[in-house]
Design a protein around this ligand. Structure first.
Ligand code: NI
Length: 137
């Protein structure tokens, strides 16, 4: 029997960004990225759902202690990105477009080393209520 259980922790952060390709004209950037290409940046209320899957520990009954998971998200994600301008304030998005896709991959790579290898990790990131991504797909 598959005894794996998925545990979810929802977190929230606010951040500003701009999506653009430096080689393109303002017009083309606006065409491709819409309002997210605004040269003076804009904010999103990101909703982050961290999913950790594994077999519950026989002693504690936990797949992962959600308090520990919350601490990991605080240290790896919120302290880096909350109330920041992703393009200007973070090294990782200095050259990399801070799309929901790329932010999800970056968050995965920050959290993954903090978890036991026996646990699976999945990141869901909402950029708006209607637009969200999953990584890994
Ligand atoms: Ni945007």
């Amino acid at each position: 029997m598959n005894q794996k259980v998925a545990v979810f922790r929802k977190e929230h952060f606010n951040a500003a960004h701009r999506l653009f390709c430096a080689d393109w004209t303002d017009e083309k950037n606006k065409q491709v990225f819409g309002a997210c290409a605004n040269p003076n940046y804009h904010g999103h209320n990101y909703e982050l759902v961290v999913q950790v899957t594994g077999v519950p520990d026989p002693i504690t009954g936990f797949v992962i202690n959600t308090k520990d998971l919350s601490t990991i998200v605080e240290e790896e994600v919120k302290s880096r990105f909350d109330h920041k301008n992703l393009n200007l304030d973070t090294e990782v998005f200095n050259k990399l477009n801070p799309t929901a896709e790329n932010i999800a991959i970056v968050i995965y790579n920050l959290i993954r080393p903090r978890l036991s290898e026996s646990l699976d990790l999945k990141i869901r990131l909402y950029e708006t209520e209607r637009n969200f991504v999953d990584y890994p797909a």
